[in-house]
Design a protein around this ligand. Structure first.
Ligand code: SRM
Ligand code: SF4
Length: 607
């Protein structure tokens, strides 16, 4: 498939005679202006660091070899993200170490690139041993179907990266201003179409990998060859993308990937049991900053239908459009959603069509019925079974009475199918033959892995929470560690109103960046300060409507007081099958949020 050429100002002028849609990319900021936009701490803008990095090498080797500190040099802290790792410090001990005049307890998070979250039992066993040997004895399933290891110290980094790569999983481009882990509707073994969609996602993930050998030289001791540091980077160029970029594939009627929260989405269109193509959505994103109206979450727009053979050309056209038109001066406004809002949807769509050399066909009808996971056993078309387990916030560890890490190790020892991570932080033991179900069930039960299926409320079983404290440097409040407590506090309220089994969607994020996609929660807590949250209400449970701020900066008791009467009204006044968020809208408790470009997905597509 030919790659779309970079579109520069000169290209634009050349094409202007024929292409009415050509857009002049915004002029790069002068060095002086860029200096102003730098944070006081930084000596280099991110754009400078990228372009001077010799294709993501920087001085990472020197930083790693420095025995004096557990930290990397500042510019290398930016570059290591492209290798799938973040420098962090343990925030639980930050103040104490400051008092003791020690440097922060530096440690690294490592994130895998696992398109669609697929892992074999053998890989599982190796990842488990890495978590135990090099990290903090836990595996963390992320909201984008990847694994994160936390607590890896600098001198263990290289060995950990090598061990991960030895599993035939890599971490390349899991973070940074590039395309991130590609999400796919979980349970691809459920039907032949799911499996086809998974293949497309893997192709797209490979297509957008950076072309640099830096990763292999730094972590895997690949020998440097002539041209190393100067590789051709046909899609990204030397400054990569203005910001992170996210792609997801959904298979209706399930929107378990929250496709409209992604920069680029592909919604499978299945006709007569075959994959006819994809509806394309662009411009989704969750990140926002408190008190900054220039930033906001946004659900993507569905812009048309394509056939599978057009997919790579369209994806490349979208990514290069963002590369050339995205805002490189203000990182907070650099996501594709803002590029679309700044240039106009029609203009951006025309640019994509021009670059891809096609016109989108009208979008085809589709229906999403929910954006959660179906927990428990389901049977696939081929007769094999898939068990989706709910593990609180995706954290897999051995805890008293809940030896989940051990249990899954034992399952991996006997399981012959696959493991699949879901975008809702759940885990699918996939591809189990009928005759093996009993054995898996016994191991699940023996290690308390079924607690998340049996106990608590339906709300608790569907809830997700971002990592937040103690590792996330941006967290303003607890999330993952608060989820079990908050769910337990809600339980008596839900019980009181007969809503124990109501599938209300709760999401908690420790800050407004929105890593648990909180703005798509029917109820969401967004961290403001320790113990204090913005209470957001009213998303649907299909991932198509954003919620709205209901109460700002409140503590737990006020959150419960705010929810109690709303649960009472919902219990008494809801229509049959009506979701909590839909009820809050119908009854006028909340309205659509006031973001400048908030759009709902056009209703006619849901006929
Ligand atoms: Fe995220 C930054 C964790 C999914 C929006 N995210 C971070 C960092 C790396 C904090 C930082 O920059 O220092 C967090 C590391 C925490 C830690 O200790 O592990 C972090 N994000 C996560 C994960 C692990 C949350 C989870 O609980 O699972 C998810 C990893 C996904 C993956 O495997 O790739 C994760 N982050 C998301 C999502 C959800 C999604 O992609 O579906 C979003 C919202 C969607 C979006 O991108 O718009 C998200 N993360 C952000 C943002 C806001 C971006 C923006 O547009 O403003 C930041 C902050 C930033 O980039 O500056 C951020
Ligand atoms: Fe950290 Fe905020 Fe993301 Fe939570 S939402 S992981 S607190 S950046």
């Amino acid at each position: 498939m030919p790659k779309a050429p970079p579109s520069t100002s000169a290209d634009c002028r050349r094409r202007a005679a024929t292409a009415a849609t050509c857009i002049e990319p915004p002029k790069p900021a002068s060095t002086k202006k860029r200096q102003r936009l730098r944070t006081p701490m930084s000596t280099h803008s991110v754009e400078d660091i990228k372009s001077e990095s010799r294709r993501l090498r920087g001085s990472l080797l020197d930083s790693l070899a420095d025995p004096v500190t557990g930290s990397l040099r500042e510019s290398d802290q930016t570059l290591i993200k492209y290798h799938g790792s973040y420098q962090q410090d343990d925030r639980d001990v930050r103040d104490e170490r400051r008092r003791q005049k020690l440097e922060p307890a530096y440690q690294f998070m490592i994130r895998t690139r696992t398109p669609g979250g697929v892992v074999t039992p053998r890989q599982w066993l190796l990842l488990d041993s890495i978590a135990t040997r090099h990290a903090n004895h836990s595996l963390r399933i992320t909201t984008r179907q990847a694994f994160q290891f936390h607590g890896v110290i600098k001198r263990e980094l290289k060995a950990t990266m090598q061990a991960i790569n030895a599993t035939l999983i890599d971490t390349l481009a899991a973070c940074g201003d590039v395309n991130r882990n590609v999400m796919v509707a979980a349970n691809p073994l459920q039907s032949a179409v799911h499996a086809q969609v998974q293949d497309w996602a893997a192709k797209v993930s490979r297509h957008f990998l950076p072309n640099s050998r830096a990763y292999y030289e730094i972590w895997l001791d690949e020998e440097r060859v002539a041209g190393s540091g100067d590789e051709d980077e046909p899609i990204y160029g030397s400054t990569y993308l203005p910001r992170k970029f996210k792609i997801a594939f959904a298979v209706p009627p399930t929107n378990d990937v929250d496709v409209f929260a992604n920069d680029l989405g592909f919604i499978a269109v299945i006709e007569h049991g075959e994959l006819a193509g994809f509806n394309v959505s662009i411009g989704g994103g969750m990140g926002a900053s408190h008190g900054d109206a220039e930033t906001y979450p946004r659900v993507a727009n569905v812009v048309g239908f394509i056939t599978p053979d057009q997919l790579i050309a369209v994806a490349t056209a979208v990514v290069t459009t963002q590369r050339d038109l995205g805002n490189r001066d203000v990182r907070k406004r650099a996501r594709f959603k803002y590029t679309i809002d700044d240039h106009g949807l029609d203009t951006v769509v025309a640019e994509i069509e021009q670059r891809a050399g096609l016109s989108f066909a009208p979008a085809r009808a589709f229906v999403f019925d929910h954006n959660g996971d179906r927990l428990g056993w389901v049977q696939g078309e081929d007769g094999r079974w898939h068990l989706t387990l709910n593990l609180s916030a995706g954290r897999i560890a051995d805890r008293p009475g809940a030896p989940h890490l051990t249990g899954l190790r034992e399952i991996a020892n006997v399981h012959r199918g696959e493991f699949r991570m879901t975008g809702n932080q759940n885990l699918v033991i996939a591809g189990v033959p009928e005759g093996e179900r009993k054995r898996i069930d016994a191991l699940v039960h023996a290690h308390g892995l079924d607690a998340g299926l049996r106990l608590g409320t339906a709300l608790a079983r569907a809830a997700i929470a971002c990592v937040a404290l103690p590792t996330c440097g941006l967290a303003m409040a607890e999330a993952e560690r608060y989820l079990p407590d908050f769910s337990a506090r809600l339980e008596p309220l839900l019980e009181k109103h007969g809503l124990r089994d109501a599938p209300i969607l709760l999401r908690i994020s420790g800050c407004p960046n929105g890593c648990s996609r909180p703005y798509l929660g029917e109820i969401a807590l967004v961290g403001k300060a320790p113990g204090r949250y913005n209470l957001m209400l009213g998303a649907d449970h299909r991932g198509q409507r954003l919620n709205t701020l209901y109460r700002e900066n409140i503590a737990e008791n006020d959150i419960l007081d705010a929810l109690d009467p709303l649960f009472a009204r919902y219990a008494g006044e809801r229509a049959a099958g009506e979701g909590f968020g839909d009820f809050l809208h119908r009854s006028g408790v909340v309205a659509l949020p006031p973001y400048p470009t908030h759009r709902q997905i056009p209703l006619e597509l849901h006929a």
